[in-house]
Design a protein around this ligand. Sequence first.
Ligand SMILES: [Zn+2]
Length: 239
Amino acid sequence: MITELDIGGVSVDVVFKDIKNVHLSVYPPTGRVRISAPCRMSLENIRLFAISKLGWIKKQQTKLLSQDRETPREYLERESHYLWGQRYLLRMADVDEAPGVTVEYRHIVLHVGTDVPVQKRQAVLDDLYRRELKQAAKPLIAKWETRLELQVDRFFVQRMKTKWGSSNPGLRTIRLNLELAKKPVESLDYVILHEMAHFLVPDHSTRFVGLMDENMPSWRMVRQILNEAPLSCGEQFLF
Ligand SMILES: [Zn+2]
């Protein structure tokens, strides 16, 4: 059983174990924080312990953040790229028409000229990710609208440096990280539920966790997979 604490904006997983001393870890690649505590230790004492270590935790997280991630993409023939958790090889198709992108069995085909710069190739691929993510998000949002009995007025897909998603309950909007199109679709479902649950509970209190447990019993596993997935160059997710 994992309990989640919010310590000055830092999410801390607490696990009670049959051990003598409390133990604090910050895990790569995302800087996830976990405290293993003796069963008899009270949550209040664990909270005080975490607060006393907050400076150290943030220093470790910053260190992880500055470490090199996945190598930068060059968008070349046979380079690996992911879509919905599946690996595809890039194929370049030299065409005269407007640039575009298609998905075939095991291949993502970029219809761009051979002399097109890397940034343009990335933009063409990002268009695919944006299109795929918008298409996949719509029915998932509709599902959670029915289940949670609330409404999302608009959702946005964008590049986000530090989060998988965010929400504005007042405006009834949610934002989804473009990178989610590279992960298994369960991750998108989890992030959408998480952001929509914030319409009902603004923080990560036990009420919020209860809401998650009730609607997606496997959410911790999905979050763990999401946070352990390889990250794009220079990106760091704390969620
Ligand atoms: Zn949240």
